[in-house]
Design a protein around this ligand. Structure first.
Ligand SMILES: [Fe+2]
Ligand SMILES: [Fe+2]
Length: 359
């Protein structure tokens, strides 16, 4: 183990202990191979030096200049992704078994164990950026409940960190994400997985799932915040949500947090009726439609942080041109400036051009 000044940090160095900021925030956990993003993160916390292991990992998630591989291929071929994939599958299987046990009135459902395993999976990962990348490339599942619940739990955990929630509330937010849709198991499978448009009668049945979630969770000694987040995660601040049409003041802050994480996850994941949508399409959707529906402070924090995870990434535009995001415009988050060769394209100035995929 050795102490290294920040200016001497290199990709692949492995943290020998948790990197903690002056105000006690976990910046990078122990045992993580540093990437350019992580080094930038450490810099942003006014830390002067950190302890790293003597050996250096030669493979990491950063794209080497001139690499032929797309970013997605690079992420998928990384050792970190292989470990994540294994952890993810184990957690999805555990969740499936536990949720089904609960529905069948089996006693093997222990929410604390499921939550602890999920937290372990999150805490063993590197940065929030890393987890968001790994998740975005983990598109093997198109189910609406187990993988979705796990993803929403991870996003809620990261999002609560972006909102500077206390450690206790980050855990609570994770639990809110994990259990918010458990009531979907009470909805007939053919409705949940229907590829086409739902009939009004089917949609009425779908709308009962938050209440089912609330009732199922209420059997356990869990915080009211978790029950209320499940009950209210489809409520919208302008009263357009369900089941009660609650408005801003009546919706709890954890429900507001889950609502954003839930919609982002659902739109950026594969579904039986469509492919995953490009995150920039989802960000545009939130910018156009979100400020009245969601807590605006929460939403802006979420979008700013999500967009920043795509800085320096290669993207394809709707006109077929490919380039790298080099500047995020804070007043038009879905319209960054893209560098194409020697040229800079400010998407804010082009009405008809948008980012269609991350490549
Ligand atoms: Fe839901
Ligand atoms: Fe959901």
């Amino acid at each position: 183990m050795k102490k290294v000044l920040l200016s001497d940090l290199k990709n692949g160095m492995i943290t020998a202990e948790d990197v903690i900021s002056l105000d006690g925030q976990l910046v990078v956990p122990k045992g993580i191979a540093l990437t350019e993003n992580l080094i930038a993160r450490i810099f942003s916390f006014d830390i002067f030096s950190i302890r790293v292991e003597d050996e250096i990992l030669t493979t990491n998630l950063d794209i080497p200049a001139g690499s032929e591989m797309s970013y997605a291929q690079k992420v998928k071929s990384s050792p970190e992704f292989a470990v994540f994939q294994k952890d993810f599958k184990e957690n999805v299987d555990r969740l499936e078994f536990a949720f089904n046990s609960l529905i069948e009135k089996n006693t093997e459902f222990d929410p604390t164990v499921i939550l602890e395993e999920t937290l372990k999976m999150i805490n063993h990962r590197s940065s929030p950026t890393g987890i968001m990348d790994l998740m975005l490339n983990m598109q093997e599942y198109d189910d609406c409940t187990y993988a979705h619940s796990l993803n929403v739990a991870m996003i809620c955990n990261i999002f609560a960190g972006w909102l500077h929630f206390s450690l206790k509330d980050r855990v609570l937010a994770t639990a809110c994400g994990l259990f918010h849709d458990i009531g979907k198991l009470k909805i007939p499978h053919e409705i949940i997985s229907k590829p086409g448009k739902l009939t009004p009668a089917e949609f009425r049945i779908i709308k009962t799932h938050p209440l089912h979630s609330y009732k199922l969770i209420s059997q356990f000694q869990l915080s009211d915040e978790i029950k209320n987040a499940a009950l209210m995660h489809h409520e919208r601040c302008d009263g357009s949500g369900y089941p009660y049409g609650f408005t801003f003041d009546k919706i709890t802050r954890f429900a507001k947090l889950v609502a954003i994480a839930d919609v982002y996850e659902a739109m950026t994941s594969n579904r039986s009726y469509r492919e995953a949508l490009c995150p920039f399409y989802v960000i545009t959707h939130f910018e156009n439609d979100g400020l009245l529906k969601y807590d605006p402070g929460f939403l802006l924090t979420f979008l700013e942080n999500v967009v920043n995870t795509f800085l320096n990434q290669k993207v394809r535009l709707s006109n077929g041109i490919e380039g790298s995001i080099i500047y995020i415009n804070p007043i038009a988050l879905s319209k960054p400036t893209v560098q194409v060769g020697e040229k800079f394209i400010d998407l804010k100035l082009l009405d008809n051009v948008e980012i269609t995929s991350i490549i």
